[in-house]
Write a protein that binds this ligand. Structure first.
Ligand SMILES: CCCCCCCC/C=C\CCCCCC(=O)SCCNC(=O)CCNC(=O)[C@H](O)C(C)(C)COP(=O)(O)OP(=O)(O)OC[C@H]1O[C@@H](n2cnc3c(N)ncnc32)[C@H](O)[C@@H]1OP(=O)(O)O
Ligand SMILES: Cc1cc2nc3c(=O)[nH]c(=O)nc-3n(C[C@H](O)[C@H](O)[C@H](O)COP(=O)(O)OP(=O)(O)OC[C@H]3O[C@@H](n4cnc5c(N)ncnc54)[C@H](O)[C@@H]3O)c2cc1C
Length: 667
């Protein structure tokens, strides 16, 4: 049975066409599972199709040959074209559709609206009062103003309690005075701050009558709405080129006693009254909700980054022929090598797993904001914070590794910017740092774990949240042949042991006289290990849950093969813990390895279609190696010919330096 007739094109590379014919499932149906619903998967396709009909968005110059200024200009041109077609392309105010539109058209190198959509608007939604939303949210959604999220400073990013920018309340004028007291207090890093935004959410230490109340969000106009000139009292600019994201103007920002009205403190959850009295929020960390929002999206977004790299690597591996196996008359596709499969397929499994987690955490955040805004119920905050802290750290780390493996799997051509994998890598690994440096966030997750272990030790297991319930599971002997649940049990034992060991170490240092902070630091590596295992257990369980819920038999079968690969790969990856603690025997290890190798063989015929199912267009992929039609070589040559260096036969540097040097050498 061939499912993919609609996607097979006679003009495509025959090796790729052959791969598509061997698929055992329908890629449209798989896309429904990936994107969470039939409706959204279909909308994505529809949007992609509509974009392909807009000539001004098609024949764009390769970004690799552009300067930063050109990249920023090109992104702005594309945004302008999109703006003209916005209402025909997507449902207005649909965040997922807007993200898809931007990803598809502008790519990943950043653009002036990136933070506007992902943090500025969400902060207004979660932190602004109804009255404030009336004033700013509509304008922001209509893109009359462009905003960003200015929190990190030159001197502090992780430790928010030490942010130095102050917002001092003046009861006589009912204004806040924003001030940057030192060089280290300059806001530094915010995306789209440098040149594009005219508004910002500024996180500043709220000071009333000489008392500090910690970081609070303020909406601040930075630039004149007509001239775009910075307002008096504001210093703002671009921080310079970065490892990636060079189409974005990450910026710096300083205030010189800059006054804003009292009503610019976002006051949905806390208030400053005209006389300066302060009304506390229902939860001390409610002002951090925009960070939780982005973290809750990161499993999905990082999964999609890794998926892009893997589409490229898998398609290319199916058209790249090199070396022989049995048949000496034809070289094999490199995808047939077991090492290539082992390099790529576990990452394919992780992509699916991460995306399933993302679908869940995005919904959890939406529910949380509804609970908080409608009912003042903040009870879900701690759990979502610890879950998303661990998840963003684990997912970004493995995404970086997976993309780098994808690059290496493409051999020399993977290193060329024509593959686009280096850009995807640069963008993805920024996620290890932004929205909370990974170690810092793993340690946040560890705080919840240690508390849970302490509850068990104090005899209160009934107080554990469902995610921590495994900490009470007794040790058992497990027969791995019975299926996924057996793997979960072993993983639970490994994660539990590590959580108890790390907590025991923490307590030991404290009993020996160290303060909790010092003991914490002496146990930090063990604590981060516990957080990783805890998070990987969540990922594994989410993958199982999701696959179990699928109704399409052929899609479910293909994903069951991926799930089995994931279970065996993950368990093998943490086997040192299991062996050290006697949780697993070496015979079980051999069983896992054999299962892993046979999973690779099962997945092989579906590999291309598992990646085609993401339905990225060539416009979005921007990769010569990852082209849908597989015509790699002639297009690599065309790409190289379009390099600015090849626009003349003799470069001025040759005439100016090399020729005279060679002439001198002849004398
Ligand atoms: C939407 C994505 C679109 C996809 C497109 C992809 C491309 C996107 C392009 C660009 C996006 C880039 C965006 C990047 C934006 C940024 O980076 S914004 C800046 C982000 N900065 C951070 O994340 C800073 C990290 N630091 C912190 O979050 C905090 O300082 C801290 C959590 C480490 C500590 O906070 P602190 O106030 O000092 O808290 P403590 O006193 O230590 O903790 C007291 C208790 O509160 C708990 N807690 C902390 N935070 C939260 C929270 N958010 N919710 C609930 N609870 C929280 C903490 O765990 C403590 O609990 P216990 O006392 O019970 O232990
Ligand atoms: C591409 C990009 C986009 C960004 N966009 C924005 C934005 O839009 N808005 C914004 O406000 N910010 C933004 N940032 C800033 C980003 O959020 C911070 O860089 C990030 O939170 C890390 O903080 P830091 O730079 O202070 O790192 P540091 O905290 O200085 O980290 C340095 C090292 O110290 C370690 N460390 C720090 N504290 C601890 C601790 N308590 N325990 C153990 N180890 C610790 C870290 O693990 C790390 O190894 C962006 C950053 C990047 C790279």
């Amino acid at each position: 049975m061939s499912f993919l007739n609609k996607e097979i094109c006679d003009g495509d590379n025959p090796d790729l066409t052959e791969e598509r014919r061997t698929a055992t499932f329908d890629t449209d149906r798989m896309a429904q599972v990936i994107y969470g619903s039939e409706k959204f998967a279909a909308r994505r396709r529809q949007i992609t199709k509509s974009i392909s009909r807009i000539p001004a968005l098609q024949d764009t110059k390769p970004l690799a040959f552009m300067t930063r200024e050109e990249k920023i200009t090109e992104a702005c041109r594309e945004l302008d074209v999109l703006s003209d077609h916005w209402e025909q392309l997507i449902y207005v105010n649909d965040e997922e559709e807007a993200l898809h539109l931007h990803r598809e058209v502008i790519g990943m190198e950043g653009h002036p609206f990136a933070l506007h959509e992902t943090m500025f608007i969400p902060t207004l939604v979660s932190q602004a009062s109804d009255e404030q939303q009336e004033k700013w949210l509509g304008r922001a959604r209509k893109r009359e103003i462009i905003g960003c999220y200015a929190q990190t400073e030159l001197g502090h990013g992780s430790n928010l309690r030490k942010l130095e920018t102050t917002a001092t309340y003046s009861p006589s004028t009912q204004e806040f005075i924003l001030h940057t007291p030192t060089i280290t207090a300059l806001k530094w890093w915010p995306g789209a701050l440098g040149k594009s935004s005219n508004y910002a959410i500024v996180m500043a230490d709220l000071v009333i009558k000489n008392k500090s109340y910690g970081p609070h969000p303020f909406i601040v106009q930075l630039r004149d709405e007509k001239t775009h000139q910075p307002l008096p009292g504001i210093t703002v600019g671009d921080i310079g080129p970065k490892m990636a994201f060079n189409g974005a103007d990450n910026g710096f920002l300083g205030f010189d006693h800059f006054r804003i009205p009292r009503g610019n403190l976002l006051m949905r959850h806390n208030r400053v009254e005209p006389d300066g009295s302060y009304l506390k929020p229902p939860h001390a960390k409610i002002g951090y909700s925009s960070m939780v929002k982005v973290r809750s999206r990161m499993a999905m977004d990082q999964g999609l980054f890794m998926a892009q790299a893997l589409v490229i690597a898998v398609r290319y591996s199916a058209v790249r022929r090199q070396g022989f196996l049995e048949d000496k008359s034809q070289e094999v596709k490199v995808l047939d090598y077991q090492t290539q499969q082992h390099r790529l397929f576990p990452s394919i499994a992780r992509v699916y797993a991460f995306i399933f987690c993302g679908l869940e955490t995005i919904q959890l955040y939406e529910k949380l904001i509804l609970d908080v805004n409608k009912n003042g119920d903040t009870s879900g905050m701690a759990d979502l914070h610890s879950l998303t802290s661990g998840l963003k750290s684990v997912v970004t780390h493995f995404t970086g590794q997976g993309i780098e493996q994808a690059r290496m799997a493409c051999g020399g051509h993977g290193y060329s910017m024509a593959s686009y994998i280096s850009e995807i890598y640069g963008v993805a690994v920024a996620g290890c740092t932004y929205e909370g440096e990974n170690m810092v966030m793993l340690l946040q997750c560890a705080r919840a774990l240690v508390k849970a272990v302490e509850l068990v030790e104090e005899g209160h297991p009934e107080k554990l949240s469902p995610m921590m319930a495994y900490l009470t599971k007794p040790s058992v002997t497990v027969d791995l042949t019975v299926g996924p649940e057996a793997y979960v049990k072993i993983f639970q034992l490994i994660a539990k042991k590590q959580a108890f060991k790390a907590t025991e170490q923490l307590h030991k240092f404290m009993v020996a006289g160290d303060s909790r902070d010092v003991a914490w630091n002496k146990s930090a590596v063990e604590l981060t290990k516990a957080s990783r295992l805890h998070t990987r257990l969540y990922i594994l369980k989410t993958f199982i849950r999701r696959v179990e819920s699928i109704t399409d038999i052929s899609v479910k079968a293909a994903l069951t093969d991926l799930l089995n690969l994931h279970l065996n790969y993950e368990l093998l990856d943490v086997a040192s813990y299991a062996l050290a603690d006697g949780i697993m025997s070496s015979t079980q290890m051999d069983f896992i390895k054999n299962q892993l190798y046979s999973s690779l063989e099962k997945i092989r015929p579906n590999a291309v279609s598992l990646m085609d199912s993401f339905q990225f267009s060539d416009l979005q992929l921007r990769s010569v190696l990852g082209r849908r039609d597989g015509h790699v070589y002639q297009n690599l040559f065309e790409w190289a010919k379009s390099s600015p260096l090849n626009q003349s036969e003799v470069l001025p540097s040759v005439t100016q330096y090399l020729k005279p040097m060679m002439e001198k050498s002849k004398l």
